[in-house]
Design a protein around this ligand. Structure first.
Ligand code: PMT
Length: 206
């Protein structure tokens, strides 16, 4: 029998608030991450799902931790890894930037001058160590080259690259076409699959 692993999955977008009613974010729905969590739990692994704001039901047998911002997500992932996770699978579309200041009250039009100062968010995958790491790469060009670079820079075992401009792929779809890029440089191009089938295929790599 295969060993059950403690798997942490990140899913969905993060929100970076400008004021109480406005934020920076992206179109991630969490479908890819929730499919991975569902497939991992069904395979007998202990799954912690760190989810940004999404409208999906928690898969059976999965422990879910809801977060909002990139910094919240990093803190939650760090807690899970410190508690003894084996594998981190990062499907979340984490905002790379956040507003330098979050206004306590809704900003009036007259209080805004058309510019928004931003600061970099931490890179969760890069920051976290002491766990096997699998990343995703959402690309619109040079898919393979960017995936190889991210795999190396973030010290990943595997990166799942998807071209988010392709029909049926990326944000919000029920299907995805991915290319697996491993640390050793080997590449596997997969056909268009449902996100659940892709999740099961990724888990086979682990
Ligand atoms: O949620 P869905 O609607 O199903 O859409 C699925 C998806 C398009 C979001 C998913 O397939 C996908 O590609 N996820 C990765 C999105 C992304 O942010 O990619 P990236 O190339 O910018 O980041 C590379 C990796 O670093 C990712 O694993 C990301 O989670 C991680 N990252 C990025 C930035 C950051 N500050 N911290 C991170 O950990």
């Amino acid at each position: 029998m295969k060993k059950a692993l403690k798997v942490v999955v990140t899913a969905g977008p993060t929100r970076e608030f400008i004021d109480p009613v406005r934020f920076l974010s992206n179109p991630s729905t969490g479908k890819m991450g929730f499919a991975l969590a569902r497939a991992a739990a069904a395979a007998g692994h202990a799954v912690a799902l760190v989810a940004g704001p999404v409208a999906l039901k928690t898969p059976k047998g999965v422990r879910r931790i809801d977060v909002v911002s990139a910094r919240d997500m990093l803190a939650a992932v760090e807690r899970e890894v410190a508690a003894g996770a084996d594998v981190l699978i990062a499907t979340a579309a984490v905002a790379d930037w956040r507003p330098k200041r979050r206004a306590a009250q809704k900003l009036k039009k007259g209080e805004m001058d058309g510019t928004l100062a931003l600061v970099r968010n931490p890179d969760i995958l890069k920051t976290v160590t002491g766990v096997r790491k699998i990343g995703f790469a959402a690309e619109t060009r040079n898919v393979l080259r960017e995936a190889v670079r991210k795999c190396r820079e973030k010290d990943l075992e595997l990166i799942v690259a998807n071209d988010v401009t392709e029909k049926g792929c990326g944000f919000g779809t029920d299907t995805n076409r991915a290319t697996l890029v491993r640390r050793d440089g080997t590449v596997t191009r997969l056909p268009l699959l449902t996100k659940l089938a892709l999740a099961r295929r990724i888990l086979r790599e682990i």
